[in-house]
Design a protein around this ligand. Sequence first.
Ligand SMILES: NC(=O)c1ccc[n+]([C@@H]2O[C@H](COP(=O)([O-])OP(=O)(O)OC[C@H]3O[C@@H](n4cnc5c(N)ncnc54)[C@H](O)[C@@H]3O)[C@@H](O)[C@H]2O)c1
Length: 284
Amino acid sequence: MEQRIAVIGAGTMGSGIAHVAALHGYQVYMIDEKPGVVQTARVRIHQRLDREVEKGRLTPSEREAVMDRLIEATWDHVADAELAIEAVLEIMEVKKAVFQTLDRVLGPEAVLATNTSSLSITEIATTTRRPQNVVGLHFFNPAPVMKLVEIVRGEETSDDTVQRVQTFATSINKEAVVVQKDTPGFIVNRVLMPLFIEAMRIYEEGIASKEDIDKAIKLGLNHPMGPLTLADLTGLDVDLNVMDYLFQEFHDDRFAAPMVLRRLVRAGKLGRKTGKGFYNYDGV
Ligand SMILES: NC(=O)c1ccc[n+]([C@@H]2O[C@H](COP(=O)([O-])OP(=O)(O)OC[C@H]3O[C@@H](n4cnc5c(N)ncnc54)[C@H](O)[C@@H]3O)[C@@H](O)[C@H]2O)c1
């Protein structure tokens, strides 16, 4: 089993992935290109662990052991990592540059995983000399809490690589599903985006209030939160990017972003990042 992992990018997802891996005994090398980001992530993880200690789920010495396993690193330190998980910006060229570096600095057996929400695993893998070891490992936010990971096969991903990340997912107490073909949106976003779009269209057409749309889906489909609340939470700019990407790839109106969403994003009402989105915003 892998012992050491590298997490590239220490933002929302990278810090959550590092947290959950260190909690389950992995030594985690954390890299971020921006100075201070890894320290900030470590402070946040410490605060989350403090709450676990207060609830009696962790002892203070366990908390310190987890923190000791979270190591701020540079590319020079990560050569012995058996698994790398990339969680940098959702921009193909940025990810390709990271994978080129990972391919250069990590041992030939190491698995290189990407947490991309939508980009092609196959295309990312082309920048490496080991496409058979490249795989999608898609966590959900917040990574320490959400049970699911989508394991996504690129064209050349080997069975052994899928098996290794499946074992890793189980070892950090996640449930994995395997997406057998490298397709845009994988499973969850491909189902979620049409749900968001239809809820937004119902709102846009004045068919029901946003509160009633969310209430209907919560109580009628037994979802823990309504689609407009969830869209705010994931970030409206992120949602719009994913829809535009799926539309471009599938050429299918199921993924055509509603105008109300575009207007909110243009107005800088981005949901999670601004505290304003479908909720707290009246001027649409
Ligand atoms: N936020 C979500 O809900 C969510 C859920 C699942 C997957 N994802 C995916 O995870 C990835 C990260 O998303 P996020 O929300 O954590 O973004 P974020 O902006 O919070 O964090 C990205 C981090 O990567 C760093 N970074 C950028 N370029 C880098 C480089 N070349 N080398 C090292 N560090 C670099 C940035 O400084 C930043 O700290 C994206 O691919 C996104 O699509 C996000």
